[in-house]
Design a protein around this ligand. Sequence first.
Ligand SMILES: [Zn+2]
Length: 272
Amino acid sequence: MARPEQGPELGKCALCLRPDVALQRSHLMPKGVYKRLRGSTGSTHPTRILEGRAVQTSAQTWAHLLCGDCEQRFNRLGEKWVLTHGLQQNQVTFPLLAKLLTMEPTEFDEGLDAWLLRPGKQEWFEPDALAYFAVSMIWRASVSDWGQPTVYPLKLGPYREDLRRFLLGDTAFPTRAYLSVCVRTPGPVSSLTYLPETMRQDGVTSHQFLIPGFFFILWLGGNLPEHLADGCLVAGKGHPMFVGSYLEDTFGRRVHKLRHQQPPDRSRRRTR
Ligand SMILES: [Zn+2]
């Protein structure tokens, strides 16, 4: 449902909590990422998985959520680096992957079916920006229903406030959070995105999303398995990064299956 294009809407910013500020049109998926999804011609509508269905859509989900300062903060501390170093619009150029592939892989992760690399301190690598971006996406999905009340807001419990304070710069990355970042090698479903959603497996809760070039998994909880720390971009030795094509295979199959199962007219959603 389209909302009228009028002057700024005043309200409380969800991040800095300042009242009566002009709220921006905040997008669940940053505009820059969305543009990247549309491919080199700009005409291909990205495929998204929405409520278990694969849909091709040009719709962008937005809400009056953040003040201008906080929008810029998200851009400056996370999105900008991810967009500059991630998979580019031509769907081929991928600066971060090119650098990672110059490293000698020594560890293989069976769970993610991906190589685990530990870049450590490199001038081409900014784990802080990747972590900030991942947390900003998950947190954003937890503070509005985004017009999709059956999926959002994601329920983060007490961790939502931990993430907000981290994003605001008040605290370090939460100790009860582990983040795995997998770099997706380009494949037939490079433009597939998967907006943040919650998964529960073996008593462990994670929140995950896919954008071109990356798969992010954020685990939150008081009793997280120790091995997750070893693969955590923030807590693990050498700022671990996973690199693999397994996701392209798995999600490619899933999209193919979903497309052939669902009648297309059901994909019309209020996601403007
Ligand atoms: Zn703000």
